[in-house]
Design a binder for this molecule. Structure first.
Ligand code: ADP
Length: 266
């Protein structure tokens, strides 16, 4: 519970020192709790693939190595689990860089339509494999926007890869860009996939929060994609939110200052 000073009378103000301390303690405890939870999550996420690797290597030692077919299968599981750990550690490193106050943006002018087309190109193999159609719709006469291209690419990659992961075969994805305000670009990635139940929506941007852990793991997810996307968008001075209807689909929208070059806007 957060205590606040508003509405206190003069006599109550006399005790405000105590109240301020209580608030500090509560905030401090919340921070400690979330740190503990984060470390527990990281440990668990790393332990799971390590345990799997250990048991497959043991099975190989115990004789599976002499059965070429079985051995091949076990080695490929081991490689997949190693790749999962690398993805996880890469995501964690990135989050920690974004968290540290030194995170800086290296901005360049970017053509929005070309950027979105390139995202779709990066996923063309997966899209084709799963029979998912993608359309890009960009408002006409968009100027180039000044953004950290690598980082916004990462946001788009995370959102499009989610849209693919959580959409069944023959699904549809739409990436749209428009100007809801003259000084704001809005990009939305929408799918007609499995959607997210109402009860999970408020926690979906939390680190490691997943609706279905098994499904996310099977699809190669780390549970950090949306948190990373949110950090990057906020660093640009934008906002990100998610609308979803369970069983119908999901739309993730983010905004960026447009054209993103303060000097030019003067
Ligand atoms: P993950 O690596 O698990 O995909 P994210 O942080 O990217 O982690 O997403 C968190 C969770 O949000 C996912 O596990 C999934 O349950 C849900 N989610 C994200 N995007 C979508 C989407 N487009 N459709 C349905 N569920 C989604």
């Amino acid at each position: 519970v957060k205590l606040s000073f508003t509405g206190l009378s003069n006599t109550e103000k006399g005790r405000s020192g105590t109240i301020a301390m209580l608030q500090d303690v509560t905030d401090q405890e919340k921070l400690e709790d979330s740190r503990r939870e984060f470390v527990a999550n990281v440990s668990h996420e790393l332990r799971t693939p390590l345990t799997t690797i250990k048991s497959y290597v043991e099975a190989l030692e115990d004789g599976a190595i002499n059965d070429p077919q079985l051995a091949g299968k076990f080695i490929s599981v081991t490689r997949n689990e190693t790749e999962r750990m690398i993805r996880l550690v890469t995501d964690l490193l990135q989050l920690s860089r974004l968290d540290s106050k030194q995170a800086t943006l290296s901005k360049e002018y970017t053509n929005v339509f070309e950027m979105l087309e390139e995202v779709a190109d990066r996923f063309s193999f997966q899209l084709e494999q799963r029979g998912i159609k993608i359309v890009i719709e960009v408002a006409p006469f968009l100027e180039e926007i000044k953004i950290d291209r690598d980082r916004i690419d990462q946001v788009l990659d995370n959102l499009v890869s989610n849209a693919i992961k959580y959409t069944s075969e023959q699904g549809h994805i739409r990436i749209g860009a428009r100007l809801p305000d003259p000084d704001m670009l809005e990009i939305a990635v929408q799918d007609n996939g499995i959607g997210i139940p109402k009860k999970d929506l408020s926690r979906i941007f939390e680190r490691f929060y997943r609706v279905d852990k098994a499904r996310s793991r099977n699809m190669g997810g780390t549970g950090l994609g949306l948190s990373i996307a949110r950090e990057i968008v906020r660093l640009h001075g934008g906002n990100v939110w998610l609308d979803s209807e369970f069983g119908q689909g999901t739309k993730v929208t983010f905004t960026l200052p447009y054209p993103g070059d303060e000097e030019a806007a003067l």
